[in-house]
Design a protein around this ligand. Structure first.
Ligand code: ATP
Ligand code: MG
Length: 190
């Protein structure tokens, strides 16, 4: 599951957990983006903070791991490179890419999209406020999974932290504390 994870929240975690249960996955690898291709603004929190929050949020789940492939690769992050690197690290694995409805809507604009369909099976999860449409996408490579609706976004979490409003219960407790400790999202417009 790729994402900016700025910060990681319970919407991400529930989507991952539901996909793991539904598809009987051995592992869910969270892959924080380096420089996300669609978010090139300097407002994105430094990768190490986003990586550590993702580690904190996933540490207690034995099936959840975090990969640094996108963070350690120079340049903008493209999913085709993510999948190539994950494949190289796990040559025998069946790869599934978990994505929310909003991200799926953009997928046809992603780099080397036709290669993507051969590299992984895409699991499109429902997300409140976004219509999930698989029109125009190859049916052998994409499946839809309805997950409990959590109307949480990182954008809203950042805005709350910026305004001094609570993010308790929207993100894991350790992430609440990490945000406070490092005073993330305080000084910038979100
Ligand atoms: P931002 O508001 O900064 O874009 P975000 O909440 O959308 O943050 P991302 O890191 O952009 O989080 O999302 C990573 C992936 O998780 C995307 O595929 C996105 O669609 C999915 N996702 C995020 N929030 C939810 C949610 N509440 N329910 C289901 N899927 C989600
Ligand atoms: Mg997003």
């Amino acid at each position: 599951m790729g994402g900016t994870f700025d910060p990681i929240h319970h919407g991400h975690l529930v989507a991952a957990s539901e996909a793991a249960a539904d598809l009987d996955l051995d592992e869910v690898v969270f892959v924080p983006t380096g420089r996300p291709a669609f978010k090139l603004d300097p407002g994105v929190t430094p990768a190490e903070h986003r990586y550590l929050m993702t580690v904190i949020a996933t540490a207690s789940n034995p099936r959840f791991t975090v990969s640094r492939v996108d963070i350690d690769r120079p340049g903008p992050t493209y999913t085709v490179d993510t999948l190539r690197d994950l494949r190289a690290a796990r040559p025998d694995a069946d790869l599934f890419f978990i994505t929310g409805a909003d991200a799926l809507a953009q997928i046809l604009t992603w780099k080397d999209v036709h290669e993507l369909w051969e590299m992984a099976h895409f699991v499109a999860v429902t997300r409140p406020g976004h219509t999930l449409s698989v029109e125009g996408l190859p049916s052998h490579a994409v499946s839809v999974l309805e997950v409990p609706a959590l109307a949480i976004s990182s954008t809203d979490c950042r805005a709350r932290a910026h305004a001094g409003e609570p993010v308790w219960y929207l993100v894991p407790d350790g992430v609440v504390q990490y945000i406070a400790k490092h005073r993330l999202y305080r000084g910038q417009d979100v």
